[in-house]
Unconditional design. Structure first.
Length: 180
């Protein structure tokens, strides 16, 4: 396995990121979300949405990709927290996805470290994220990285089916050494 490079996402990465995100949803959320919802996801539509967001972005949303041997193997996205019940100055990890065959290889942890470094540089005091309540693998990953549930829960609408999510939070510090 080649060296891992984490860098800013460009418009040229949108197709790879969309394929990674859709594939990640189908792999990670199988059995947690309606299969028809997962099957209806379109990588082409997602790539177009990613391109539009990058082109229209004002710099407050940060997208990074992990690349190994010239292929995008992970993607992370953060920006200001969208939740109305949190104090100003909180950031949100909107997305963190790794190709299924790259899970448990350090890609996710390296992406999260870069996201945390960027959150600190952008002045965020806390970083929040939403994760499916049933997604034990992701919850363990985030808990190992110092995140903890903050008590907030809400349903995600997956094609008319309410799928419970829980919110996690952690302080943002310059020290991003993994917990535990």
């Amino acid at each position: 396995m080649g060296a891992l490079l984490v860098r800013a996402m460009t418009a040229d990465d949108c197709d790879a990121v969309a394929a990674l995100r859709i594939g990640g949803w189908r792999w990670a959320y199988a059995g947690m979300m309606p299969q028809a919802y997962l099957d209806a996801m379109s990588a082409e539509e997602d790539a177009a949405r990613q391109r539009r967001r990058l082109a229209e972005g004002d710099g407050t949303v940060v997208n990074v990709v992990a690349e190994r041997d010239g292929a995008v193997v992970g993607w992370g996205c953060l920006g200001p927290c969208r939740d109305e019940d949190v104090s100003e100055g909180a950031g949100e990890l909107y997305a963190l996805y790794v190709r299924p065959e790259q899970v448990a290889t350090g890609v996710g942890r390296r992406l999260l470290d870069v996201v945390l470094e960027r959150a600190a540089a952008d002045g965020f005091a806390h970083l929040l994220l939403w994760v499916l309540k049933e997604n034990a693998r992701a919850r363990r990953f985030y808990e190992t990285a110092g995140f903890a549930p903050d008590g907030a829960e809400e349903p995600f609408d997956a094609g008319g089916v309410a799928v419970p999510e829980v919110r996690y939070a952690r302080p943002v510090t310059r020290d991003v050494t993994p917990a535990g």
